[in-house]
Write a protein that binds this ligand. Structure first.
Ligand SMILES: CSC[C@H]1O[C@H](OP(=O)(O)O)[C@H](O)[C@@H]1O
Ligand SMILES: Nc1ncnc2[nH]cnc12
Length: 293
């Protein structure tokens, strides 16, 4: 495999977020992974004194459903590129009156309502269990939140993101149920990324951009794609500015325990791991076991 250039920070852009004009020295980089192809080629460039790689989660043509996303290839590709941090920008529905369309929420918890997703790198001969009690990197979350506040966006620090399967939006009964659970926002993509990023020891946080009130609100229209796209267009500049500022603020030397999340998590002894699994996981487990033998 060709040697990949090294980046500092990865950015995953969701619905309505397909490009980052702010990058200088831009080039497109194709990345192959043992898990197949990522959603798109990576846009690599400089931003705020750092090297970053941007990936359009659903592809720039937006032709990949949430259920069809190859989350493992996307996250593994960021690992191969050397990402020290991973920022997600995503559209979400609001489950709380106070979280209005155009507001940015910085979630710290998730509830899994998916049924058809592969969300671990492990298995088939190697067992690991990482902690997910705190699925979001607090350091990155607060950096993003501070950046958005400085830009003047309406912001909310913390919150629970319900990750539904989709692609259909929720029924009203489901929307009411999530509200009764005191959840804050709903989307279809972030939890699998957070889980895999943790296994890959990449601190992850998300800018959840509120586009609608889902379908629980009595005075607001039920969510439609039109509604989501309209709000995302209004938000595009603020999202890009938030990321640009946050990238400048991130201290790559900050001591972050997530960079060692796997240290005590792998149960299978190296001699019992099949050689092909060692190779497929080399970018992640290489620092804990010899993956050439
Ligand atoms: C276009 S509405 C539903 C769609 O939007 C969100 O995408 P992303 O998280 O990639 O911004 C949501 O998760 C759904 O995939
Ligand atoms: N109401 C909603 N449900 C799921 N995903 C969404 N993305 C944006 N709005 C959403």
């Amino acid at each position: 495999m060709a040697t990949l250039e090294k980046i500092d920070i990865g950015i995953v852009g969701g619905s309505g977020f397909y490009n980052m004009e702010e990058l200088t020295d831009r080039r497109e980089v194709e990345v192959e992974t043992p898990y197949g192809k990522p959603s798109d080629s990576f846009l690599v460039g400089r931003l705020g004194g750092k090297t970053v790689a941007f990936l359009a989660r659903h592809n720039r043509k937006h032709h990949i459903l949430p259920t069809e996303l190859n989350f493992r290839a996307n996250i593994y590709a960021f690992k191969q590129l050397g990402a020290r941090y991973l920022i997600s920008a995503s559209a979400v529905g609001s489950l709380k009156e106070a979280y209005a369309p155009t507001h940015f929420v910085f979630p710290d918890q998730f509830i899994d309502r998916t049924r058809h997703r592969v969300d671990t790198f492990f298995g088939e001969g190697i067992v690991a269990h990482v902690s997910l009690a705190e699925p979001i990197c607090t350091y990155l979350q607060k950096t993003l939140y501070n950046a958005a506040r400085e830009i003047g966006v309406n912001t909310h620090l913390g919150g629970t993101y319900v990750n539904m399967e989709g692609p259909q939006f929720s029924t009203r009964a489901e929307s009411f149920m999530y509200r009764s659970w005191d959840a804050d926002v709903i989307g279809m993509t972030n939890l699998q990324e957070a889980k895999l990023a943790r296994e890959a020891e990449i601190p992850y946080a998300t800018i959840a951009m509120v586009t609608d009130y889902d379908c629980w609100h009595e005075e607001e229209e039920h969510v439609t794609v039109d509604m989501v796209v309209k709000i995302l267009r209004q938000n595009a500049e603020a999202a890009a500015a938030t990321i640009a500022k946050a990238v400048t603020l991130i201290d790559l030397d900050h001591v972050n325990p997530i960079h060692e999340a796997l240290k005590f998590s792998i149960l299978t002894q190296a001699e019992n791991v099949p050689a092909e699994r060692k190779q497929a996981l080399a970018a992640i487990i290489g620092k804990y076991m010899d993956t050439d033998s």
